[in-house]
Write a protein that binds this ligand. Structure first.
Ligand SMILES: [Zn+2]
Length: 375
């Protein structure tokens, strides 16, 4: 991995490189921002560069230290994350040694997945919080006489998962910084961390990713088809993790459902439309409906671009239906349609009955498409 393989975050990368260049390294940094945008990827790369033998702001990828970071097995870099409680675990126990063999195997597997893919989210069954023993371990590890050159870096993923005891213990460590030790914390819920911890860290604010950055990464890193990548990027709300999940789900299939819905909205078969609305409202939860509505919105946006003779990449098997639609409803007020979907999405947050939201939307869409058209 290198700075360039991390998606987006140009400002943060510049900031981190500047910190390394200045050699004014603080003892704690808090990377905060939304879920799935690559905060841990940034923290891992920062830790790697801090230990690289090249001594520059760019990891060389060939030295012994860089090689060991490839598998996240560097003795200087420790990952701290939520773990299950061990059987009869007491304060002061080694947080991993108290776990069963299969739990330890899970942890190893998760670290190896994270090493291969910095956007992988470490998840271990029954790991509900970061244990005090994991935080105490930082102190113990840090006090061991160091056989390795470089900086000792602890990366605490999702620091908001520390329970109160663990947070208090970390606070003590932050109050008495250990020489040569750097603590990196990541969180998507900064306001859930005690102010006392936040105030002892240098803050690294990580913004959401841009749609174009996500789209490019999906195509280049995951080999996802351009049209799917674009759709997933539009729906992902700035999160690469969301986008990747969406792209791997079969979005082309879901767009077909949207086309079918539009066909029913504009057709005469009211009973079939009511059945479809029933099915949607009963089979999808609110986030599912929101995603479905956004797909519908992106379909309408494509139609609008075609109506205005603009270029838009389309999925092969829907080209015909969307072109036919635009041809048939030349004067459709698609801007109002897109706004109607926006209104439906807003109603989702207000706990309005799902059937009602979808029925009102169907009526609006029919009106905006057909009332301006002579069929
Ligand atoms: Zn190196």
């Amino acid at each position: 991995m290198s700075w360039s393989s991390i998606i987006g975050h140009e400002r943060v990368k510049k900031q981190l490189k500047q910190i390394i260049k200045s050699r004014q390294i603080a003892h704690a940094y808090l990377f905060y921002g939304a879920d799935g945008i690559g905060k841990s990827a940034l923290a891992i790369e920062f830790a790697k560069v801090l230990n690289c033998e090249s001594g520059t702001e760019q990891a060389c990828d060939v030295c012994k230290n860089c090689k060991r970071m490839e598998t996240l097995q560097h003795p200087n870099v420790k990952l701290v994350f939520a773990l299950p409680a061990g059987k009869g675990e007491e304060k002061g126990d080694n947080p991993v040694a108290v776990l069963s063999e299969s739990q330890v195997a899970d942890i190893r597997e998760q670290i190896s997945l994270k090493a291969k893919d910095p956007y992988h989210r470490i998840e271990i069954p029954k790991a509900n919080f970061i244990k005090i023993n994991s935080v105490r371990d930082i102190k113990r590890e840090a006090s061991l006489s160091r056989t390795e050159e470089g900086k000792k870096v602890f990366i605490i993923f999702n620091a908001d998962m520390m329970n109160t005891e663990a947070a208090n213990s970390l606070l003590k460590t932050l109050e008495e910084p250990l020489p040569g030790v750097i603590i990196l914390l990541t969180t998507s819920a900064k306001d859930q961390l005690p102010q006392t911890i936040i105030s002892r860290c240098q803050l690294i604010s990580c913004g959401s990713l841009q749609e174009t950055e996500i789209e490019k990464a999906l195509i280049e890193m995951e080999g996802i088809e351009k049209t799917i990548a674009r759709l997933a990027a539009q729906l992902a709300q700035g999160s690469y993790e969301n986008a990747r999940k969406l792209a791997l789900l079969n979005m082309a299939e879901e767009r077909k459902d949207v086309v079918e819905f539009m066909r029913l909205v504009l057709g005469r078969n009211r009973a079939a439309l009511i059945d479809t609305i029933d099915e949607l409202a009963s089979s999808l939860d609110r986030p599912g409906i929101e995603r479905w509505l956004k797909l519908l919105q992106s379909w309408l946006r494509d139609a609008l671009l075609l109506q205005q003779n603009e270029q838009t990449p389309l999925l092969d098997d829907e080209k015909k239906s969307i072109c036919n639609f635009v041809e048939k409803f030349r004067n459709a007020d698609l801007i109002s349609c897109i706004q109607a979907v926006e209104k439906a999405i807003a109603h989702l947050d207000k706990n309005v009955y799902l059937h009602l939201i979808l029925t009102m939307l169907a009526i609006d869409l029919r009106k905006f498409i057909t009332e301006t058209t002579t069929v």
